[in-house]
Design a binder for this molecule. Structure first.
Ligand code: ZN
Ligand code: ZN
Length: 342
């Protein structure tokens, strides 16, 4: 018996004795992740719209099950009737009757992540112009423990604070943004990680950063780093987790209850010198408007479609009709749409 418990104890601490094996596992995980997000990106617009509907139905059912009738009603009403401003080939603007602002609502999450993109993209470009820095996407992970979601989030955020206080970090990074992604592993343990856009001052050996992360966490050196070639795409990838922090289809009633207890938790933030830069940032009139939404905000029926100049009309539909409308739009003239997009 003693032998058995000793062996078990040794296995659970085994990661510090065999970092190579852990590393292999982690890489497998990260590779899967990339594949998964690539698959997600390949989904068509109608497919994604249908998934949002299914996610909301699932959330409504869970909320009803927990007796959260008011929340269920809000999610159900959110984006249930839509005013779609369209020329027939493009959609310029979708105005919902109501937005629930619930953090796990995929429709509200999309709006939130678009808002974050249009707010932070000009600041990121400005910061990169003023400083000699290159952006990287850094994923920091931690070991899984039996703990609550709140504890898991607190643990990784504390470790990141410790990492930022280390000399190596300040020598190599000039701030950036963080966002949280959380899920569970197959044993039901919380799997929380931080997605960071870090503004790198100079190149370094990734192994050194692994050592720093191990020193900050005490038991994890698992991270993933890739250069960001286009900051707009890099930011889009990271704020995606603000709208989709977890796989809600695998989310149960207990998960929702726990999530509701995390009301004021931040899921996105800035740090370091970039944080100070954002505080003092005043957008200039010359800033490039890259966000289609900010271009279309003032459009009404009768205006010209920004993509083809045809007059816009206001089409009223229910949420269930939107995926089909996307299909019609895509079938109307795909080649033409693609040309116009350039
Ligand atoms: Zn909503
Ligand atoms: Zn058009």
């Amino acid at each position: 018996m003693n032998q058995l418990s000793l062996t078990n104890g040794f296995t659970s601490r085994g990661h510090s004795a065999s970092p190579a094996s852990l590393q292999t596992g982690a890489h497998t995980y990260l590779d899967n992740r990339v594949t998964k997000s690539q698959i997600e990106n390949k989904r068509t617009r109608p497919q994604r719209a249908r998934e949002r509907l299914a996610t909301k139905e699932h959330l409504t059912r869970l909320a009803v099950g927990l007796g959260e009738v008011e929340l269920a009603d809000k999610i159900d009403r959110c984006h249930s009737r839509l005013s779609v401003l369209t020329c027939g080939r493009h959609i310029s603007r979708i105005i919902p009757n109501f937005t629930c602002e619930f953090r796990l609502c995929p429709d509200c999450g999309r709006r939130r992540s678009r808002r974050l993109q249009s707010k932070y993209l000009p600041m990121m470009r400005g910061f990169m112009l003023h400083n000699k820095v290159t952006p990287v996407h850094l994923v920091l992970t931690q070991t899984h423990r039996a703990e609550t979601r709140k504890q898991s989030i607190g643990r990784i955020k504390d470790a990141f604070t410790r990492l930022q206080r280390r000399v190596f970090w300040s020598e190599h990074f000039k701030g950036g943004t963080w966002s949280l992604e959380f899920t569970k592993d197959k044993n039901g343990l919380h799997h929380t990680h931080l997605h960071i856009i870090g503004f790198r001052r100079k190149f370094f050996d990734i192994e050194l950063l692994r050592g720093e992360w191990l020193a900050a966490t005490g038991d994890s050196h698992v991270l993933h780093l890739k250069p960001i070639l286009d900051i707009a795409t890099g930011l889009q990838e990271v704020v995606k987790y603000v709208s989709k922090p977890l796989d809600i289809r695998r989310f149960g009633a207990a998960d929702l209850r726990e999530f509701l207890g995390l009301k004021n938790m931040r899921m996105f933030g800035t740090f370091g010198e970039f944080r100070d830069f954002c505080k003092g940032f005043e957008p200039s009139d010359n800033d490039e408007m890259t966000d289609l939404e900010s271009l279309t905000r003032n459009l009404v029926e009768g205006c010209a479609c920004p993509q083809c100049d045809a007059p816009l009309f206001d089409l009223r539909m229910s949420k269930n009709e939107l995926p089909q409308f996307y299909e019609q739009i895509e079938a109307s003239s795909p080649d033409r749409v693609r040309k116009r997009a350039h």
